[in-house]
Design a protein around this ligand. Structure first.
Ligand SMILES: [Zn+2]
Length: 331
């Protein structure tokens, strides 16, 4: 019989603990030890912070490391558990999915003890770490082929009370955008599993494939604001500026708000994220590259909206997403 997933230390130990989450081995590889930090200051909120869910989104692990540095001097109560890298196999390969089994960790929750390595990681997190927290911050980036503003995201939740609390938590980051995202592919997400367990779970996201000092500063300030709102640390909340805009806005986007490429080719953006567009405004141009006699195709806004995400730097197939628009959230 294989051993059960477990932590190598006792979470009830007061103060700082450092150890590992042990993910048992299986048919495809041996056991994994994921570094875990915990700071226990007794009564108070119980927070779990994770990064490296997708291996090509490196801001999360870096901000998690920064948190581990300053939290011991800042945290006044409660318990914070930080796991900077959920999927080391994907991070080492700078790959969204795990190279060994091809699976997307964020689509296999709650995982399987007898599954492949990605499913075993999800199983260990679901069984060992998630029950220890009331609130979870999963630190993502939007990925290397999109421009996306610094944002905190949640998906629609059937439980109205949990929905309201989750949106309030997301807004507490004070990032430029808080987004309620109706997504057509939420089965197996860490988010949806945590919500089903009654946890407040939010995802932080920001754009593009390279890690910049500016993006890290924005990200860290957002997480610090959220920790202040939770009452875990003391301090003054700061509004995070992005492209000269200091105010935060709460937006919603639906499945139908995705704009698709009409043909294969290279997408040329003609607007930037957070631009306001009217019906008919040019979002971008698709340039087919297989024939120079094929005309370039304009992609235009269908209604007044705010540009939320825009594709950049990748050849796209016909019907692949090239932009998402959004509008102010109406509750
Ligand atoms: Zn991600």
């Amino acid at each position: 019989m294989t051993e059960a997933p477990h932590l190598t230390f006792d979470l009830d130990t007061p103060g700082v603990s450092r150890g590992h989450l042990v993910v048992p081995g299986g048919g495809d590889r041996g056991e994994l030890s994921l570094p875990v930090f915990s700071l226990n200051k007794g009564e108070g909120p119980r927070l779990l912070v994770t990064g490296g869910n997708h291996g090509n989104e490196l801001e999360g692990p870096l901000v998690a490391r920064r948190l581990i540095e300053w939290l011991p001097d800042a945290q006044t109560c409660g318990r914070v558990i930080i796991l900077p890298v959920l999927n080391p196999l994907a991070v080492e390969a700078w790959s969204r999915n795990t190279p060994l089994d091809g699976l997307n960790l964020n689509r296999v929750f709650p995982g399987r003890a007898d599954g492949s390595v990605t499913e075993r990681i999800a199983d260990a997190v679901s069984r060992v770490l998630l029950p220890t927290a009331d609130t979870v911050f999963d630190l993502h980036s939007f990925g290397p082929t999109w421009e996306f503003p610094p944002a905190v995201i949640t998906h629609p939740i059937a439980d109205a009370d949990l929905m309201a609390k989750t949106l309030q938590m997301a807004e507490a980051f004070k990032l430029p955008v808080t987004l309620l995202w109706e997504h057509d592919d939420t089965t197996g997400m860490f988010d949806t599993w945590a919500h089903s367990q009654g946890k407040i779970f939010v995802c932080a996201e920001l754009g593009c494939g390279t890690v910049s000092a500016e993006a890290l500063a924005v990200y860290e300030a957002g997480v610090r604001n959220a920790l202040i709102a939770l009452g875990l640390v003391e301090g003054k909340v700061e509004n995070v500026s992005f492209r000269q805009k200091r105010s935060s806005q709460t937006l919603e986007t639906h499945v139908s708000d995705g704009l698709k490429s009409p043909a294969a080719g290279i997408f040329e953006p003609r607007c930037s994220v957070l631009d306001e567009v009217k019906h008919g405004d040019l979002i971008g141009v698709l340039h087919p590259m297989d024939s120079l006699s094929a005309e370039s195709i304009d992609i235009r806004a269908r209604e007044p909206s705010i540009v939320l995400a825009i594709r950049s730097g990748a050849h796209v197939d016909r019907n692949e997403g090239v932009a998402f628009v959004a509008r102010p959230l109406k509750i």
